[in-house]
Design a protein around this ligand. Structure first.
Ligand SMILES: Cc1cc2nc3c(=O)[nH]c(=O)nc-3n(C[C@H](O)[C@H](O)[C@H](O)COP(=O)(O)OP(=O)(O)OC[C@H]3O[C@@H](n4cnc5c(N)ncnc54)[C@H](O)[C@@H]3O)c2cc1C
Length: 440
C-alpha cells in the first residue's frame, strides 16, 4: 500500500484494512498438488469463479501472489456501480448495435444485484449506503449535456436517470464550487470493499476450495491434458485454469498475457469524521456516491461514519517521490473541490492498480490457443460489480454451463496486445497531459 509524504503525517495506509477486522492469511503452496481447476488471483473475479465451481462440487484452488483480496478488490473505492468499459453507450451502439448494448446494460444491473444479494444472504456488515450514483457536471457545458443524456439513458435502457440543476443539487446536499448540476441514476450502492471480499473468501473456503497465499504463479506449461502452474515452493496441475490477476497479473505468466493490459494507478484518501457544522458549511450532506464529469475523474462519498472518501487518478511511476507528488495532487484537488474542508486532516491514504485493455472493455472468455484456459479481466476501474458477475460467469464457462455467446458481445472481444507494449507507461503520460487539458 502507498506510503504518504511528509505533508500528511496523520495519514496511515488503507482505511479498509484498519476497519475490516482480522485479515485471514492462508497457507503458502508447498509441494505439488492436483485440482480440477486452478485460478490465478484471489480477488472478486477469482473468488467468484471459485464460488461457482466449488458450489458445483469441483475441486478448485486459488493461487495468490500475496493473499485473498490483497489486490484491487481489497483497496477500491467501494462503488458497486455501472462499469467494465470506458466506451460511451452511443459508441457501443454504433459498434455492437442497440440490442447488444441493451444486453450489456442489463448485465451490469445484474452484476450490481448479485453483489447486493451476496451481502444480504451472507449477512455481511459492509457499511452499505447510497441509493444509486450521482454524476456532477464540473463545467456548465457538461450540465447542458445531462438533459439529453438522461433522456437517452431512459428511452434506450430504461434506467430512470434524473437531472438536477445546480440549485436542486445543492438543496439535496450536493454543493461545491465546481458542481454545476447533477444526474442521478438509481442503480448501485456503496460498500466496504475489503469486508465484501473477505466474506467472499470465507464462503469459498467453507465450500472446500483451497486458497494459497504467497504463491505467485511464475510460469505455466502444458503437461499432457493438464497445465502445470509453477510457484516458488511448489506447483499445481489442473486441466482448467482461470487467469484472474487483472492489473496485478505477472507479465509472461502465461506468455499470452504479455502486453495485453495497461495497469493504471488510482489513489484514495479518507478524512477524519466530519462534524455537522463542517458538512453544512461545505453544503455536502448527501450520502450518495458521486463522481465528476472529468475524463480523469474524481470519485467521492460521505461514508456512514461521516468520513469523506476522495479518489482520483494516480501517477505513472511508483518511486517514493512520485507517490508523494501523487498524494499531494489528490489532496490539492480535494481542497479545491471542497474548500470548507481545507483544514480537515487526511487520516488514511493508499493506492492501487486498475486494468485497461485496447478495446476499452472487459473480457471474459476462453484464451485463444490455450486449451482449457480462460481469462476474466480489464474492468476499467469499475470491477466491484463486474468482476463479481464476470468471475461467476467464467466459473460457469469452465463448467460448460455458460457459452461465450451467452455473455454480452461487449465483453467478448479478446484483448489485443498494445503496440510497442514496453512503452505503455509513456502512453499514460501522454493521455494524462491530453485529457488534463480537455477536462479544463
Ligand atoms: C484505488 C482503486 C479504486 C477503485 N475503485 C473502484 C470502485 O469504487 N468501484 C469499482 O467498481 N471498481 C473500483 N476499482 C476497480 C476494482 O477494484 C477492480 O476492477 C476489481 O477489484 C478487480 O478484481 P479482480 O479480482 O479481477 O482483481 P484483483 O482484486 O486486483 O485481484 C487480482 C489478484 O491476483 C493476484 N495475482 C496476480 N498475478 C498473479 C500471479 N501470477 N500469481 C498469483 N497471484 C497473482 C494478485 O496478488 C491479486 O490479489 C478500483 C480499483 C482501485 C485500484
Amino acid at each position: 500500500m502507498g506510503q504518504v509524504g511528509e505533508k500528511e503525517p496523520m495519514a496511515a495506509g488503507s482505511y479498509w484494512e484498519a476497519t475490516a477486522g482480522p485479515i485471514k492469511e492462508d497457507r503458502q503452496l508447498v509441494g505439488d498438488a492436483r485440482f480440477d481447476v486452478a485460478i490465478i488471483g484471489a480477488g472478486y473475479t477469482g473468488l467468484s469463479a471459485a464460488l461457482k465451481l466449488a458450489s458445483s462440487g469441483v475441486s478448485v484452488c486459488l493461487l495468490d501472489a500475496r493473499r485473498a483480496g490483497w489486490g484491487a478488490s481489497g483497496r477500491n473505492g467501494g462503488f458497486c456501480c455501472f462499469g467494465g468499459t470506458k466506451r460511451s453507450y452511443p459508441d457501443l451502439v454504433r459498434h455492437y448495435g442497440l440490442e447488444e448494448t441493451k444486453r450489456f446494460v442489463a448485465y451490469q444491473c445484474e452484476a450490481m444485484e448479485l453483489v447486493g444479494e451476496r451481502l444480504q444472504s451472507w449477512q455481511v456488515d459492509a457499511a452499505r449506503h447510497s441509493r444509486g450514483e450521482v454524476y456532477l457536471a464540473h463545467r456548465p457545458k457538461d450540465f447542458e449535456g445531462f438533459k439529453a443524456e438522461a433522456e437517452y439513458l431512459n428511452s434506450s435502457f430504461g434506467l430512470g436517470a434524473r437531472v438536477l440543476n445546480k440549485e436542486e443539487a445543492a438543496k439535496r446536499g450536493l454543493a461545491g464550487p465546481e458542481f454545476h448540476g447533477a444526474m442521478h441514476v438509481p442503480q448501485g450502492f456503496a460498500l466496504h470493499p475489503l469486508r465484501y471480499v473477505q466474506a467472499l473468501a470465507d464462503k469459498v473456503r467453507s465450500l472446500g476450495a483451497r486458497v494459497f497465499a504467497h504463491s505467485e504463479v511464475t510460469g505455466m506449461k502444458r503437461e499432457g491434458a493438464d497445465w502445470r502452474l509453477v510457484t516458488r515452493l511448489g506447483s499445481v496441475r489442473a486441466p482448467r485454469v482461470l487467469l484472474a490477476g487483472n492489473a496485478y497479473s505477472r507479465e509472461g505468466a502465461p506468455a499470452w498475457l504479455s502486453g495485453r493490459l495497461l495497469p493504471v494507478m488510482s489513489s484514495i484518501m479518507v478524512t477524519r469524521p466530519l462534524t455537522d457544522d463542517e458538512l453544512s458549511e461545505q453544503g455536502w450532506t448527501s450520502g450518495l456516491m458521486a463522481s465528476d464529469t472529468r475524463t480523469l475523474l474524481h470519485y467521492f462519498r460521505l461514508m456512514p461514519d461521516r468520513r469523506f472518501l476522495f479518489g482520483t487518478r494516480g501517477g505513472v511511476f511508483e518511486s517514493a517521490e512520485a507517490l508523494k507528488a501523487m498524494y499531494a495532487r489528490g489532496r490539492a484537488d480535494f481542497e479545491r473541490m471542497f474548500p470548507a474542508w481545507t483544514l480537515v486532516d487526511t487520516e488514511y491514504a493508499w493506492h492501487g492498480h486498475v486494468a485497461l485493455s485496447r478495446s476499452r472493455a472487459a473480457f471474459t472468455g476462453p484464451v485463444p490457443g490455450m486449451e482449457g484456459v480462460f481469462a476474466s479481466l480489464a474492468y476499467h476501474g469499475s470491477g466491484v460489480a463486474m468482476a463479481s458477475l464476470c468471475g461467476e460467469k467464467a466459473g460457469g464457462m469452465i463448467l460448460g454451463e455458460v457459452k461465450p455467446q451467452d455473455l454480452p458481445a461487449v465483453i467478448g472481444t479478446v484483448p489485443r496486445r498494445f503496440p510497442l507494449a514496453g512503452l505503455r507507461q509513456l502512453y499514460l503520460l501522454g493521455a494524462y497531459g491530453w485529457y488534463g487539458l480537455k477536462d479544463r
